[in-house]
Design a protein around this ligand. Sequence first.
Ligand code: F0G
Length: 444
Amino acid sequence: MNTPGSSAVLRCSESQCLAGYPINERIYSCRECGGLLDVHYDFSLLPAASELKSIFLNRRVSPRNEDQSGVWRYRELLPFVADEKRIVSLREGATPIYSASRAADYCRLDLIHLKHQGMNPTGSFKDNGMTTGVTQACVLSATAVACASTGNTSASMAAYAARANLRAYVLIPAGQVAYGKLSQALEYGATVVEIEGSFDDAMRIVREIALETDLYLLNSINPFRLEGQKTIVVEMMEQLEWRVPDWIVLPGGNLGNTAAFGKALDELLRAGLIDRTPRLAVIQAEGASPFYSLFKSTDRSRLVPNPNASTLATAIRIGNPVSWKKALRSLDLSNGVVERVSEEEIADAKAVIGLDGIGCEPASAATVAGVKRLAASGVIRAGDSVVCVLTGNLMKDPNYTVGYHTGTLKLDDATETNPIPGRFSNRPVRVSADHQAIRTKLRL
Ligand code: F0G
């Protein structure tokens, strides 16, 4: 049958190469040039945009797992699975988009929307990509999966691997993963390997091991992960009634999500579902901002890694992002920008997102901090429509939040003497267990 699905191939993402490979070959990078791979389809075979929109919408009232999933509800746009019975789903995606007035005031904008990927089953956007990645692992008859992680990927992979009965191996930098995330990977039964090194070390080693063994690699260099993460943008557009915002703002770490968002925008344009692209704004933490440096450099042909990447937003503590070339492609397509923000800016922005009754983990708050900067410098204008993607749930990293509110949050406990001041800190009050003492203290 002639459908976009039957046209699916793996294709090198390097525009001067574009070598092709069969869709079910277990391969992570191009044999010709080493470039990362894309899942590529012939979207001229898709139904018309209006028909697609009503197919997506009608599935909302269906009780089936793959219709309720905010990833597979859009399966015409990720048609690499021949047999829908293979789908491994926890009903991921289908996450809310909120308007956030305090965050908008804070950034001096009329309006901000927050698309909360932290409302996923394991509390981060990784679930959007893990449902597709683990489904492909099953299609390939893998028995074990692996990843390097700053925490969320490991939590998500462990959960989906458990659902699919696969063994899971995660490599994490010892002592640098927030407890919410570590506890999930342990609870879902993954083998957790804490290495005495950085995320970048873990990433390099797990890539090497995956080439030598039958472990199926589920980091975002795996192109099937990015297929699922594309749907974050699709769902956002549908929630905005297909009115394209001026900006989509996301944190940048390993840059898989930036790669996925660019691919989504390209394909939505091709499918006629949108008629222009929003601009992408990628925000990095100052201490871990190699992509920002690349963006500012006159030579964008080579990213200079930062072996000492450091930030309290541990999810994005990454000095050598694997998807930087694909991420550049996303910026080119969307006339995108990269900004960086300080630890203090991230921490205060996170508290502001909390005051809107929403909350998120530190890396996610880099978005609002970045919007504030970009608005102050006139790149984003007051009337622009802006959607920030909150990538992880507030409960992922309670130590950070309590540290901020109690005035003990420090970049490095050993070398730093001054904690982050916390403009919005909200200290608990301690009082004796006495009715009158509490009323007096609270002036009630
Ligand atoms: N936000 C959160 C909460 C994350 O966990 C990550 C990445 C990012 C942003 C950055 O996304 O890598 O696609 O640019 N976390 C990975 C992990 C690295 O292992 O959980 P990216």
